[in-house]
Design a protein. Sequence first.
Length: 176
Amino acid sequence: MAGRYATALFELAEGANGLDAAASDLATVSALIKESDDLRRLVTSPVFGIDEQARAFAAILERAGIKGLVANFINLVIRNRRLFALPDMIAGFDALMAVKRGELTADVSSAHALSDAQIQSLKASLKTATGRDVQINAHVDNTLLGGLVVKVGSRMIDSSLKTKLNSLKLAMKEAS
């Protein structure tokens, strides 16, 4: 369902020559949702009614300066009681934009937040390996202890300390 909404928004934005503007507005909405526990609760909780969600998002979108296609899209999502899927819709739109730009997306999990320099270095390494520009979705996974887990398409590179320790543990069990 989220994919259908994302595709519809993508096609509307493309038809109106507004893909970059829509992508920028959606990135702003996504960042606002990630930053605010209250907004995340408003998006995911079925307790809030359509009117409450519409009023809250109208104020948020106005304050963020988001108008036009993206604002209308979010209002439609609210009226259709699909606000809980908005983050997935934004991710779907971003994936369509990446394909249009010829980019790949890499999901990177690390034990600690990566610095800008580390992200740029990782982007350069992945571009060398794949031959295409790569966008990084970085996540912190405290269970990794150290290292990285990188997923690009169907390929996964796991250089995490957790995996190395589990492999060593398994090897020691087999040896005994």
